[in-house]
Design a protein around this ligand. Structure first.
Ligand code: PGA
Length: 302
């Protein structure tokens, strides 16, 4: 029976993940000799070399790779145990994993500062990905909470809307339609559009909007981020349908115009989503409550 401590495994996992003794020492806030010692003790117990050092870089041996995979599972299980204990104690502490779609990066980070100030015991990891990748994370149960434009239709979730998410038509400020009132959608549809990548929720909504109105969508260019689209619209490459959230606080506003198109803005909401029946940690429930009660933090002052 090997005598291995949780601490040794944590140190090994950090060295393996960061491929470096010094970065692992920094991440774990210990000295480098402490890291080396823990690894030596662990290696003695395993009886095989786990790491190979070439120059400054650290590589895993075959046994090291096996241990690394095992470590990830153990540490995850241990993390869950710690969370359960914190829940039993009713403590507002622990680790909270939130995954949000890219378009929410304009407002979700705003709530983190005040939240962390109020609950210093809760550590948050925020994952920012597009809709498809978020759905993938949701299916794998990788996070506590998810924020997206439209809850998945083929998965059982508990979803609640918490903020408006209007979809608007953007044009360069100098566009001839910029000052016009009540523009028919058919006129706008004649223009070329800049679209997000496939897998984006914005792209999905945009395709639906055109399909529902029976108009072909003329794609000029596909761009992988809202920011790139805003810049390209400002540069006169085409029009775009984006969430109004992307214009907040007001970056780029002077170069961009929100067109007054009939039927727009399309009213939608942002949802906070979790798998149905998943037991929420105290940390997740605390965040959800905070979000419900502090929505005003997400809308910038005019
Ligand atoms: P996106 O998602 O950032 O992937 O475009 C936006 C949405 O879900 O509406």
């Amino acid at each position: 029976m090997m005598h291995v401590t949780l601490r040794q495994l944590q140190v090994f996992e950090a060295v393996a993940r960061l491929s470096s003794f010094s970065r692992a020492a920094e991440a774990m806030q210990v000295t480098q000799p402490t890291v080396s010692k823990q690894i030596r003790l662990l290696q003695d117990q395993v009886g095989l070399p786990l790491l190979e050092q070439v120059g400054k870089k650290v590589f895993l041996t075959e046994a090291g790779r096996e241990l690394y995979a095992t470590c990830a599972q153990w540490l995850d299980t241990w993390g869950r145990f710690e969370q359960t204990v914190a829940n039993f104690k009713g403590l507002k502490q622990g680790r909270l994993k939130i995954a949000v779609v890219t378009t929410t990066k304009y407002f979700m980070p705003r709530i983190l500062g005040p939240f962390c100030l109020e609950y210093p015991g809760i550590d948050i990891a925020l994952e920012v990905v597009n809709r498809d990748r978020l759905l993938d994370r949701l299916a794998r149960n990788q996070d506590d909470l998810y924020v997206m434009g439209l809850p998945p239709e083929d998965m059982e979730t508990e979803s609640e809307p918490f903020l408006e998410n209007p979809l608007v038509v953007l044009a360069p400020a100098a566009h001839p339609m910029a000052g016009r009132a009540a523009i028919p959608f058919a006129d706008v549809a004649q223009e070329s559009f800049l679209v997000r990548e496939r897998g984006s929720g914005t792209r999905m909504t945009m395709e639906r909007v055109f399909a529902e109105r029976g108009m072909p969508l003329r794609i000029k260019m596909e761009l992988g981020s809202n920011e790139a689209i805003k810049q390209a619209v400002a540069g006169g490459l085409g029009l775009a349908l984006l969430s109004l959230s992307t214009l907040q606080p007001d970056a780029g506003r002077k170069e961009l115009a929100v067109l007054d198109v009939q039927g727009f803005p399309i009213r939608r909401d942002w949802y906070v989503v979790r798998p149905k029946g998943k037991q929420m940690s105290v940390a997740a429930a605390t965040f959800l409550d905070f979000l419900r009660n502090h929505v005003q933090l997400l809308t910038p002052a005019p």
